[in-house]
Design a protein around this ligand. Structure first.
Ligand code: G3P
Length: 226
């Protein structure tokens, strides 16, 4: 499973990258807004310079021509840019046209298996089902991941399933069990994947025992020297 960090924050991206397990980055207009007064295109370039992997950057036009124009501009920023296209009718047309031009795409705002099926047929490189937002309305986001994985397997679609809107480590675990190709998550969640109280307690105990062992050895050496 590939790990992407879902943020436009350079510090978080650098920290995640330093862990050595980062495969890419996803951004969206809300995450860019959270960064305050930054130039969107400059930020995308900086992210690409930090991470060796795919970086999703989203169009904001909702008509075919507008999406194509933005997609061309974004794709020129860096080879690793993947253009994020919303899952609407005009978006499906844009996915097909961009695929024909060799521009890679991430189809976003997916909330149903049929949407995912159409996006794959249109040649999307990634499909982004939003797990957390489905959970938010008392439904089960993970069922959507399972169904999309099954459908794509049935027909050998090459579109990668990118589990998005991940809120906690259990989402990552279940997405991995369901066979999602990628999990994109907030940096905080990536760090939480490592948390376990027994690891902390175990390490504490090992270090205490090591210290006692060293002290005993020093005492023994001191006694022998007398
Ligand atoms: O980038 C898309 C997705 O990950 C958004 O997550 O938490 O805003 O639903 P969230």
């Amino acid at each position: 499973m590939k790990f992407f960090v879902d943020t436009a924050n350079l510090e978080e991206i650098r920290e995640a990258n330093d862990m050595g397990v980062l495969d890419g980055v996803t951004t969206n207009p809300s995450l860019v807004k959270a960064e305050g007064n930054v130039d969107f295109h400059e930020r995308v370039l900086k992210i690409c310079e930090v991470v060796q992997g795919d970086v999703s950057a989203e169009v904001t036009a909702t008509d075919f021509d507008g999406m194509m124009e933005e997609a061309h501009t974004l794709a020129q920023i860096h080879d690793n840019v993947v253009v994020k296209i919303p899952l609407i009718k005009e978006g499906i047309k844009a996915l097909r046209a961009l695929d024909d031009e060799g521009i890679r795409t991430n189809c976003t705002l997916c909330f149903s298996p049929t949407q995912a099926l159409v996006a794959a047929k249109a040649g999307a490189d990634y499909i982004s089902p939003f797990i957390g937002r489905i959970d938010d309305i008392s439904s089960d986001g993970m069922t959507l991941i399972e169904e999309i994985v099954q459908i794509y397997d049935n027909y050998d679609f090459e579109t990668e399933v990118l589990a998005a809107s991940i809120r906690h480590p259990t989402h990552v675990k279940r997405a991995a069990l369901a066979g999602a190709d990628v999990a994109t998550m907030p940096f905080e969640t990536m760090v939480k994947l490592l948390d376990h109280p027994l690891t902390d307690r175990g390490l504490e105990r090992f270090l205490e025992d090591w210290e006692e062992y060293q002290e005993a050895k020093e005492e023994e050496a001191a006694t022998a020297a007398v």
